[in-house]
Write a protein that binds this ligand. Structure first.
Ligand code: BES
Ligand code: MN
Ligand code: ZN
Length: 499
């Protein structure tokens, strides 16, 4: 796998020396004039740029592109509209770069260059622009072709992207950083997109083991016998209905001496049929993406290790299937969680919080400084923020600050929901210590989180519900239809500056 064939490099050279299939140049709506560097290039090519701007009607509207066929050292010059300068921000930059990259690829380019300086109106650091350019072009160019067998040779790919700057600094470090994060996003997308008959708990566990070996991470895989021995009753309950046995993967990264680890727990339901409370069509579709929290966590720890970040990280991923069988757990069952609490089951489709309950208690035993869980936990997340953003809950001021600072930098939008005590009421059970779901249709994201809170044992906790943002139905900007790789960029922004 690893479907982005492109690699990105940064180069500090004059535009006149560029040799490439295409050169991408950005323009703001109110600044259609040419900068001194572009003027030089323009005259080198017989004023093709200035005359195109004069005669073609190119207005530099956001997302507008104009192709000039030059057929010299540079084959095509592509003008990219950035819209009004006052509305320009890293989101616009990322969308335009990603869309331009897709367009160039689809038009047959095998490599292209981007003139960085034309995408900075002086309000941003060139370092930031370079980073976003590399990341968004690679994300936009992602394609999942693993299961196509016909016309494979006709699949178009960009080999090389070169970020050109006239400024007195190259941007090798920024590009190297983004390439690692983009790689983590692509691999997350690949494994989430992998069909559920292939990506079973066992498959994901072996995948994690291989990845750990390559990156010098410690890796333990608990099998079903061990999980049973540990008395993870909630996890076992969910897993019982499948012939594909559960696994729990624990990965360890040691990048710093003496610091308490950060724990990341990821929901890894490789297929969620709903269990006995079977999901009806079409809601049962795409339920292979229910492993996305676990898959993201695995690639986040890999990226941290590749970047040698000075921190310690533990990743815990409970992996299982939620299926229908004579052995399936039932509504009205009472399960005994790893932390000893008894849990009354009301709907077997609320399985994610059960496997997370045991994984969270396990993570809390490691005495981490914080626990962050990533989970495709609720359909209700769609109601709260649509496809635009990801809801989260948090019990700690410091963690809240970290995610809120990382979010705009990562271009992943998040919004906090409250954990008001009143919501506890709906989780009261008549027969057990707690019920795992709240009242139908009421604050589903929060009541799910409220349930999980019982298992983190007072450790500072951040819960991210990617029920909606895990998946894209559109091919637009950095998004490609299918798995998005949600939280990878967000978490990497959080972790790279972790103190
Ligand atoms: N994996 C689903 C949540 C989900 C649904 C993610 C749709 C992405 C798209 C989760 O296990 C689930 O089924 N949740 C139920 C909970 C309910 C039964 C309380 C839900 O949200 O409907
Ligand atoms: Mn479910
Ligand atoms: Zn689920």
């Amino acid at each position: 796998m690893g479907n982005v064939a492109a690699s990105v490099k940064a180069l500090k050279i004059g535009l006149g020396k560029v040799k490439d299939d295409a050169l991408l140049v950005g323009f703001f709506k109110e600044k259609l004039g040419l900068s001194p560097e572009l003027k030089k290039l323009d005259s080198q090519f017989g004023n093709v740029i200035s005359s195109c701007i004069k005669t073609s009607g190119f207005k530099a509207e956001k997302g507008e592109f104009k192709n000039i066929y030059v057929n010299k050292n540079i084959i095509n010059i592509v003008l990219a509209g950035l819209g009004e300068e006052s509305k320009y921000n890293p989101d616009v930059l990322a969308a335009v770069i990603a869309d331009a990259s897709k367009r160039l690829r689809d038009n047959g380019a095998e490599s292209f260059s981007i003139f960085l300086d034309s995408f900075n109106n002086g309000k941003f650091k060139n370092e930031e622009i370079a980073e976003k350019m590399a990341l968004s072009s690679l994300m936009g160019l992602y394609k999942f072709t693993e299961y196509k067998t016909k016309d494979k040779d006709k699949i178009k790919n960009i080999r090389q992207i070169t970020i050109i700057t006239g400024s007195n600094k190259g941007f090798e470090n920024e590009v190297a950083y983004s390439s690692i994060v983009a790689d983590a996003v692509s691999k997350t997308r690949d494994l989430v997109n992998t069909p559920p008959n292939v990506a079973t708990p066992e498959y994901v566990a072996s995948y994690a083991k291989e990845l750990a070996k390559r990156n010098d991470l410690k890796c333990i895989v608990f099998d079903e016998k061990h999980i049973e021995k540990m008395k993870m009753g909630c996890f076992i309950g969910v897993a019982k209905g499948s012939i594909n046995k559960p696994r729990m993967v624990v990965l360890d990264y040691n990048g710093s001496k003496g610091k308490k680890p950060i724990a990341i727990v990821g929901k890894g339901v490789t297929f969620d049929s709903g269990g006995l409370n079977l999901k009806p069509y079409p809601y049962i579709l795409n339920m292979k993406d229910d492993k996305a929290g676990a898959v993201a966590a695995i690639h986040i720890i890999e990226a941290c290790s590749r970047l040698k970040l000075p921190l310690n990280l533990i990743v815990v991923t409970p992996l299982c299937e939620n299926m229908i069988d004579a052995a399936s757990y039932r509504p009205d069952d009472v399960l005994k969680a790893y932390n000893g609490m008894t849990v009354e089951i009301k709907n077997t489709d609320a399985e994610g919080r059960l496997i997370l309950a045991d994984a969270l208690s396990y993570a809390a035993e490691k005495k981490p400084q914080a626990i962050i869980d990533i989970a495709t936990l609720t359909g209700a997340s769609l109601v709260v923020l649509g496809y635009v953003g990801t809801p989260f809950v948090c019990t700690d001021e410091n963690l809240r600050k970290k995610i809120n600072e990382a979010s705009p930098k990562s271009l992943e939008k998040v919004w906090e929901l409250p954990l008001w005590e009143e919501y506890e009421e709906s989780l009261k059970s008549d027969v057990a210590d707690i019920k795992h779901i709240g009242d139908e249709g009421e604050a589903g994201v929060i009541t799910a989180a409220m349930f999980l809170k019982n298992f983190v044992n007072e450790v500072p906790w951040l819960h991210i519900d990617i029920g909606t943002t895990v998946w894209s139905k559109v091919d637009k900007g950095v998004l490609v239809k299918g798995a998005t790789g949600a939280t990878v960029r967000l978490m990497m922004e959080m972790l790279r500056e972790w103190k």
